[in-house]
Design a binder for this molecule. Structure first.
Ligand code: GLU
Length: 480
């Protein structure tokens, strides 16, 4: 049997990081098992239609490197892969269930449903559909149709018994049938609901494994009932735990970014985000934390997916992303960080200068958007010294001597390159007998504003002699 998985998002406007994890696990499971990964767009809810949303989703998946084998823009044998292009198929299957007496037309108006709800709540019962139209006579139904009354189609849930299934992550899960509503499978606009379309498509697209978020768990008994009515074998299922904020509440927009595009725009690398997301609920079974997609494809198993909620720890993502940035080849690094420098207002017209700035600051950058802050000293003509430790070096009794000597010697050279800088420092050491931190720290603080940071020779090279002199002069005037 060929393993076939699918990612089946509803195009709501962006790819949620939880969706990225679902897509990733489906992708990895398919790759690991020489299977096929399908992208299916579930757009039957016309009220939630968002222009261009499907394209955005596909773009985000491509950015993350999750290539699907079949999808809207990857023809396969089971298309079309967009549900709004498959309406006839759904209608045919809804009709089949009506003909089999496994589904029925329900003419309840929204006012009637609301009244039903209020009555149940008043009586202390859980609100639900009460089966008003479940067993009406064909004549009554005909009369309503003849009168042109709008209707939905509901499936019949068994009134007793239990539905159980083996979830590949959670083990046996059971539901009591009489607690489950007769689910609407076709809306009054003739469109199928998620449940019907999802089951029909998983069957015809020969999906072997459904891997999705745990919010879909309550749908399983309805889906299994539909598979039974159609006489189809249901796919295997795995429900992934929720993603949580650090305080263990459900990951939400209010506490941080949830859209993959936001992470991309802030300068997270796709490799880092994918690596991080892979570890949300899955563990490799070792202490190792860094994996590229290829390694994940080899390692992934559903057995190692945890059913406890997974905390989305932004600090960890930042740390991981910083690691990936530090490992980048110089060319890639410059190409990646330059736009962020420009976004921060830097003049990037001189390539060599831009490259030197990036080389000087990238080690202190965890994500692209940190670049302007890390490069602040290059973007200003004056340094602001706020650190206590940095100020203390300027208060050292020898600092005025060091800085005065430095300025004097710097004014004497034509160009202040690495060699000239080292010569100057050496001669100050010789002439004044000052060495080590007492010599180097005041100079570093006066040039960069901080006691540690970018390598001094790189800073000096980018600044050039005149800017070094003017920056140090200003520090001497202001802080000594
Ligand atoms: N369209 C559903 C969603 O938006 C798919 C759920 C499923 O995978 O069955 O997530």
């Amino acid at each position: 049997m060929t393993i076939r998985t699918r990612f089946a998002p509803s195009p709501t406007g962006y790819l949620h990081v939880g969706g990225l994890r679902t897509a990733l696990f489906n992708y990895l499971f398919a790759r690991k098992n020489n299977g096929v990964f399908v992208l299916r767009i579930e757009d039957t809810d016309q009220s939630r239609f968002v222009e261009g949303a499907a394209e955005k989703l596909m773009e985000s998946l491509r950015w993350a490197g999750l290539e699907y084998d079949e999808g809207p823009d990857r023809p396969g044998d089971f298309g079309p892969y967009v549900q709004s292009q498959r309406l006839e198929l759904y209608q045919k299957h809804v009709q089949q269930l009506i003909d089999q007496d496994d589904a029925y037309l329900c003419f309840c108006t929204s006012e009637e449903l609301e009244a039903m709800r209020e009555k149940q709540i008043a009586a202390g019962q859980p609100p639900r559909y009460d089966g008003t139209w479940r067993d009406r006579s064909p004549n009554e139904v005909q009369d309503m149709l003849a009168a042109g009354k709008p209707y939905v189609v509901r499936m019949k849930m068994p009134l007793e018994g239990e539905t159980s299934f083996e979830d590949l992550v959670r083990g046996t899960v059971s539901f009591q049938n009489d607690l489950i509503d007769d689910q609407v499978i076709q809306k009054s606009d003739g469109f199928p609901t998620y449940h019907l379309a999802n089951v029909v498509d998983d069957h015809y697209m020969q999906i072997s494994h459904v891997i999705r978020g745990e919010e879909w768990l309550p749908s399983v008994p309805k889906h299994l009932q539909l598979y039974r009515y159609f006489g189809w074998e249901a796919p295997q299922m795995a429900h992934l735990s929720l993603l949580l904020n650090k305080d263990r509440s459900k990951l939400s927009k209010r506490q941080g970014d949830v859209a993959v595009e936001d992470y991309r725009d802030k300068g997270y690398l796709p490799e880092a985000l994918v690596n991080f997301v892979a570890l949300l609920g899955w563990s490799p079974g070792s202490e190792e934390e860094f994996f590229d997609l290829k390694q994940l494809e080899d390692l992934f198993t559903l057995e190692r997916v945890n059913k406890a909620g997974a905390v989305f720890d932004l600090d960890k993502l930042n740390w991981m992303n910083g690691n990936y940035i530090r490992k980048m080849a110089e060319e890639d690094l410059v190409a990646f960080l330059t736009p962020f420098l420009a976004e921060g207002g830097a003049d990037i017209s001189d390539e060599a200068t831009t490259r030197n700035i990036i080389k000087a600051v990238y080690k202190g950058v965890e994500k692209g958007r940190d670049t302007p802050r890390a490069a602040a000293i290059f973007l200003q003509n004056e340094v602001e010294i706020t650190e206590e430790a940095a100020l203390a070096y300027l208060k050292d009794p020898q600092a005025p001597t060091v800085l005065a000597a430095f300025l004097e010697k710097a004014r004497e050279v034509d160009t202040l390159d690495d060699a000239a800088f080292k010569d100057i420092m050496k001669s100050i050491q010789k002439e004044h007998g000052i060495k080590g931190p007492a010599l180097w720290k005041p100079v570093r603080v006066a040039i960069t504003g901080a006691e540690s940071g970018p390598e001094l020779p790189l800073v000096i090279e980018v600044f050039g002699r005149d800017k070094v002199i003017s920056v140090v002069e200003k520090v001497v005037a202001r802080y000594l």
